[in-house]
Design a protein. Structure first.
Ligand code: CLF
Ligand code: SF4
Length: 297
């Protein structure tokens, strides 16, 4: 049901499978992997694979051009009527590839205006793109925020690249954090629903995420999705954090419970691929090969 949500918020939530636990049983999303570059380095990321902020580590998605992506979206929408949302979540950072991301949105927006557009970003470039995000009527943006304290951030991010300059250490983390929170405030003011993803890294940011939760709540975030670090050394996902483990299921739940009183916590995230297709937890991407999409036109 709509609970206590204001009607305009309920409109945006009721058929988005990630923003509503109920909706994820009935509505599907798809991702297109159009955004390969990234403007920061997370210690848990291996660039050979999809962005680990909104995706399953160790997975390589099929990269598409905006033209190919738009064609795929229309093909999928014609076969899967429950497909309400198109998300761009990688394989790098969507806003580090603005021409590809917005080029895809532009094509889909014109050809299929009913499909809701969704975006996930590390937030570094976010303040520069809020106007365009509004223009395309993107109602849902996810920002991955793992810290608000540069001391903590320096252990998670070896560098960020901003306006032709590389920043390292606490300077990098401070800049990233400022841009993330500024972007969140701008989106809230524009009436765009924000989900915050946080990767829980035991011993690094696990205790600190309660502070992050308060900070993002006070800036208007709608939903907080604390995801476990998936530590898989064979994928190189723990680059720079040697011997780092992920949290246990109990540790994750305890932290989610601690934050629950403060705001809505997402607990049905499936850490999708950057080219996932279908209901959360199912992947029908293999049904939509390039040859098949071309034959469908
Ligand atoms: Fe994709 Fe993310 Fe949009 Fe959903 S996924 S860009 S908000 S449409 Fe959803 Fe997948 Fe979890 Fe993401 S289950 S990884 S939260
Ligand atoms: Fe990797 Fe995503 Fe972090 Fe970029 S934002 S370094 S792609 S995990």
């Amino acid at each position: 049901g709509s609970g206590d949500l204001p009607p305009d918020v309920w409109e945006k939530v009721k058929n988005h499978p990630c923003y509503s636990e109920e909706a994820h049983h009935h509505y599907a999303r798809m991702h297109v992997a159009v955004a390969p570059a990234c403007n920061i380095q997370c210690n848990y990321c291996n660039r050979k694979y999809d962005c680990a902020n909104e995706s399953r580590p160790g997975v390589v998605s099929e990269r598409l051009t905006p033209e190919q992506a738009a064609r795929k979206v229309l093909a999928v929408a014609s076969e899967i009527p429950q497909m309400t949302v198109l998300g761009i979540a990688g394989p790098g950072d969507p806003l580090a590839n603005p021409d590809k991301t917005f080029g895809t949105f532009d094509r889909v927006f014109k050809a299929a205006p009913d499909i809701k557009l969704c975006l996930s970003t590390n937030g570094l470039a976010l303040p520069d793109h809020v106007a365009r995000i509004k223009d395309f009527k993107v109602d849902h943006v996810t920002i991955t925020i793992n810290m608000i304290d540069p001391e903590v951030g320096a252990r998670i991010y070896p560098w960020v690249f901003f306006r032709h300059k590389r920043y390292t250490g606490k300077d990098a983390a401070k800049l990233l954090s400022e841009r993330q929170l500024e972007g969140l405030e701008m989106l809230t003011q524009a009436g765009i629903l924000c989900k915050v993803n946080s990767v829980m890294i035991p011993g690094i940011n696990d205790d600190h995420l309660v502070e992050v939760n308060k900070a993002v709540k006070s800036r208007g975030a709608f939903l907080h999705n604390i995801m476990p670090l998936i530590s898989a050394p064979e994928h190189g996902t723990v680059f720079g954090l040697s011997g780092q483990r992920g949290p246990t299921a109990q540790e994750l739940k305890a932290l989610q419970d601690k934050c629950e009183g403060e705001m809505n916590m997402m607990r049905h995230c499936r850490q999708c691929r950057a080219d996932a297709v279908g209901l959360l937890g199912e992947d029908r991407g293999a049904e939509f090969t390039t040859e098949r999409i071309e034959s469908m036109e």
